[in-house]
Design a protein around this ligand. Structure first.
Ligand SMILES: [Zn+2]
Ligand SMILES: [Zn+2]
Length: 411
């Protein structure tokens, strides 16, 4: 049982670490035990170690390695990409030689080849393609993609590092050291930002990795159970009401003892599979709601301001005169902003005090986030098309859009 126990503990620990690292940063899980654990692992423990180092060695260890940590934390480097690829290559190196001779047909062999190859192809494409860096050459193109919504993106903001007007939905990435169009997040698994230019490759990478782990897990289980049935015809690898849990896990332990490579990789696949599916579901949920990870953070800030009674809105007339210098035309986007959102620090409605504020009429305190529209949400299929088709035109012009499409409220 020794090898088996060690193997299970190692695989469980590895899966758990990956799980916490993946999910702990997700805004929705910020105030859950997973978020707390993420903070403990990545903030509290390193801080405690640094304090210990300061106390006993005068900070010798941390200062000596600070350059290294600085590069590790604040520069782009492919460490996690290599780690990710190494887990895949290592797993396949252990799995395939054991599984290949037992695959029954050419069709199954073909599906295995395709399933193994796809994550590498999408990983490569997600890593090397331009995520949508906003440069002097691409600036006007990225400005024309999305209009400002006057809620989370206002016109006229300049990135102080890149010294350019920030396009709507863009964000400056401190690791990539550039502004990224439709910035979602900086992903260490691809050593790049996920943005307008590579979001489709990122989703395909998640989908193909989910397929790989699920297929690997199920194929492994079926091969292991076939091998065990051959050797021990009386053992059951599936639970049955006649046997207890002990017998069931005992059978599995025996199966893995006999087939360490296949057993370990099958277990790793089965344990990581729900995580990858979870991440894919989370990403597709963002597509469904029509916001990026970056925007979901901004919306949750708004939710807090609304809860505190510090958020105000007023209509933005369609007939307003736009300053084309800071707010260029976005001909492909079928929706115009209808309202202005502003937060104040004293709970009083915004006052112009010299500078003119956008919108017209009286300010109204927002009671609930439901009253606020997300004009980047055009419905799941259009949102998805916007992810997968460059400069997607939505097939309609502003004139023949039904009224309900022009005013969408956040669900
Ligand atoms: Zn920038
Ligand atoms: Zn980045």
């Amino acid at each position: 049982m020794k090898t088996f126990t060690k193997l299970v503990i190692f695989v469980l620990a590895l899966s758990f670490m990956v799980f916490v690292t993946f999910f702990g940063r997700i805004p929705a899980l910020r105030n859950t035990p997973i978020g707390a654990l993420h903070k403990t692992l990545w903030v509290h423990i390193p801080n405690a170690l640094s304090r210990l180092d300061e106390r006993y060695t005068g900070g010798y260890v941390f200062r000596g390695s600070s350059r290294f940590f600085n590069i590790l934390m604040h520069e782009r480097h492919p460490t996690v990409v290599i780690f990710f690829a190494a887990i895949m290559i290592g797993g396949e190196y252990m799995f395939l030689p054991a599984a290949w001779p037992r695959l029954s047909s050419y069709f199954v062999k073909l599906t295995v080849i395709v399933t193994v190859a796809l994550p590498y192809i999408f990983l490569y494409l997600a890593c090397v393609s331009d995520p949508g860096f906003v440069t002097n050459e691409t600036h006007s193109y990225h400005m024309s993609l999305y209009p400002y919504d006057y809620a989370i993106f206002h016109p006229g903001n300049v990135c102080r590092t890149c010294n350019i007007l920030k396009p709507a939905r863009s964000k400056h990435c401190s690791l990539c050291k550039r502004c990224v169009a439709k910035a979602d997040h900086h992903c260490v698994f691809i050593n790049s930002c996920v943005g307008y230019g590579n979001q489709h490759w990122f989703i395909l990478l998640l989908a193909s990795t989910a397929l790989l782990t699920t297929y690997g897990g199920l194929l492994g289980v079926s091969l292991l159970s076939a091998a065990m049935r051959e050797r021990y015809p009386l053992l059951h690898l599936w639970p049955s009401w006649k046997e207890g849990a002990f017998q069931f896990f005992g059978s599995w332990a025996l199966a893995m003892e006999r087939e360490v490579n296949l057993g370990a990789t099958t277990l790793l696949s089965l344990l990581t599979s729900p995580m990858v599916w979870g991440l894919l579901a989370y990403t597709l949920y963002h597509v469904y709601r029509g916001f990026t990870t970056n925007e979901s953070l901004k919306w949750s800030d708004w939710q807090e301001d609304i809860g505190d009674g510090y958020a105000f809105t007023r209509p933005l007339p369609g007939s307003r005169v736009k300053n084309r210098q800071i707010e260029p035309l976005c001909p492909r986007w079928p929706v115009e902003p209808q309202m202005v959102l502003m937060a104040t620090t004293d709970g009083q409605p915004p006052t112009s005090s010299g500078r003119s504020l956008p919108g017209a009429g009286d300010w109204k305190r927002i009671q609930s986030i439901q009253e606020v529209e997300n004009m980047y949400d055009l419905g799941f299929w259009d949102n998805l098309a916007d992810v997968f088709v460059e400069s997607y035109g939505f097939g309609v012009t502003k004139d023949d859009l039904p009224v309900d499409r022009l005013r969408r409220t956040r669900r």
